[in-house]
Design a protein around this ligand. Structure first.
Ligand code: BES
Ligand code: MN
Ligand code: MN
Length: 463
């Protein structure tokens, strides 16, 4: 398989240009103004899969954006790899914080990507990482090196909760039958410290509305005598953490799995510099739950964060007003064993119970999903590990991530197969932020590593 390196160096420019074309389409699933762009992206994925060697590719309609499903079945008796990815992207705002327009990709070198990185919304999350699989398939089919069957399922609603994908998976279990699911939609520790993601956090996302008086009031005439919903909401939010930054919702931690001292010691071995972490974020100190390290806080511990809060007057100058309503969007990152629907209910009950009589509270659940952990003794993990050993010259470190891909636990539940998370992004690639980028080295390294995964997976499976 040394051919893959030659193939990459001969086709590097084209691989980059094809990705750049894909990144130019603003496939923002959250904003209906971009509907046609999202649909056009699905078409573009379809033709790229056909060109790469899939026998059939379908655009599967859903109640939302379509799922692109393609397959190449070389022999029904051989194992099957199911590749999942998403072609939708996060909204790019705030736009003025981008150094170049989010849908006009440019290549620039950075400290961590001296060989250049592609700057565009979706470069890393997930168009760039998803497209590595398309190019790896192209290589394998062109060189007769595809050792098993492959199915691709690329959705357009990951960034808005994957609800229709859940319906699709439940309705198509036979079609999606596989031996392992392969996803590149996470990250790794550093380019010289490869790691494989072994866990994802779950999520419960809710919106809250606090209503005081039935209309906005003069803050002089009424101030002090009626509840101000913004004052009340912020007070309620503040009470959700105690002085040790533990979450105060009764029952919230009941099902949290506590790691053994050995497991925590193992985790602490992963290279990490608190100084570099603080410098990269321009902060003087980290902040979080008492008794846990930074890497524990952002992976094995659950959290509660306000993602947005609004209400009242925010225009130019001053307006003396007590708003009638105040709002917040709140996410809770969950760990395996915590049930997201149960946590949503606990939140709702608690939040309603702490509201003073002077206001009305409405809690609206948005979406959520379960966390996920994958064992490191599975064939899939071992095959991934061997693949990285080949292309990075190092054994990858298993690492639990703080992010969420809620559909992964549904895959396990419905399709009964394990997911291997081969992510090639870096935390500093700014996914969901202005100036998102993906290292060219990472992109090509991903394309190089994926065929090795297939080879080792089939070999281990046949043992
Ligand atoms: N690819 C990310 C998740 C991710 C990134 C996991 C890096 C691990 C490391 C995915 O696209 C994402 O953004 N997920 C959302 C949840 C979704 C329901 C909107 C998230 O984690 O906020
Ligand atoms: Mn993603
Ligand atoms: Mn994302």
């Amino acid at each position: 398989m040394s051919n893959i390196q030659t193939y990459i160096s001969e086709n590097k420019e084209r691989f980059l240009n094809e990705l750049i074309e894909l990144l130019k389409i603003p496939s923002i699933s959250a904003d209906s103004a971009y509907k046609n762009d999202v649909l056009n992206t699905a078409d573009a994925i379809k033709s790229s899969l056909l060109k790469a060697g899939c026998d059939t590719v379908e655009i599967c309609e859903t109640d939302g954006y379509p799922i692109v499903y393609g397959e190449k079945i070389i022999n029904p008796n051989l194992p099957t790899v199911l590749v999942y990815g998403h072609y939708d992207v996060q909204p790019p705002d705030p736009l003025d914080l981008w150094d170049s327009p989010p849908f006009e990709p440019v290549i620039k070198a950075t400290e961590l990507h001296p060989e250049g990185a592609i700057f565009a919304r979706g470069a890393c999350d997930d168009k760039g990482q998803m497209y590595m699989h398309v190019k790896a398939l192209e290589y394998m089919t062109a060189h007769d090196e595809l050792p098993c069957n492959v199915k691709f399922m690329i959705e357009g609603e990951e960034e808005v909760g994957s609800e229709n994908l859940g319906v699709f998976v439940k309705a198509n279990k036979e079609k999606l039958q596989n031996d392992v699911i392969l996803i590149s939609d996470t990250g790794m520790i550093a380019n010289d410290v490869p790691s494989i993601t072994t866990g994802l956090r779950g999520l419960s996302y809710v919106e809250v509305e606090v209503t005081g008086p039935n209309r906005d009031l003069h803050s002089g005439l009424y101030g002090g005598a009626v509840a101000n919903p913004i004052n009340i909401l912020t007070k309620m939010i503040a009470s959700l953490h105690d002085e040790n930054n533990h979450i105060t919702i009764p029952g919230f931690y009941d099902k949290v799995e506590n790691l053994s001292d050995e497991e925590r010691a193992e985790m602490a071995k992963a290279p990490f510099s608190l100084e570099k972490y603080k410098n990269a974020l321009d902060i003087d100190a980290v902040y979080g739950e008492e008794g846990y390290t930074t890497n524990e806080r952002n992976s094995i511990r659950p959290t509660l964060d306000v993602n947005g809060v609004w209400g009242g007057y925010i225009g130019e100058g001053a307006k003396t007003v007590i708003a009638s309503k105040a709002y917040a969007k709140i996410s809770m990152r969950l760990v395996p064993n915590q049930d997201w629907e149960e946590i949503t209910q606990l939140f709702k009950t608690h939040f309603e119970s702490i509201a003073p009589k002077a206001v009305k509270v409405k809690v609206t659940p948005h979406h959520g999903g379960q966390g996920y952990v994958t064992p490191i003794d599975s064939i899939g993990y071992k095959a991934a590990s061997k693949a990285y050993e080949h292309t990075f010259g190092k054994t990858p470190i298993p690492q639990r991530s703080g992010g969420s891909i809620p559909i992964v636990s549904l895959f396990e539940q419905e399709l009964k197969s394990k997911t291997i998370l081969m992510g090639f992004g870096l935390d500093s690639d700014a996914i969901h932020s202005p100036n998102e980028h993906f290292g060219i080295w990472n992109y090509l390294k991903g394309i190089e590593t994926i065929p090795h995964f297939y080879k080792h997976f089939v070999e281990l499976k046949n043992k």
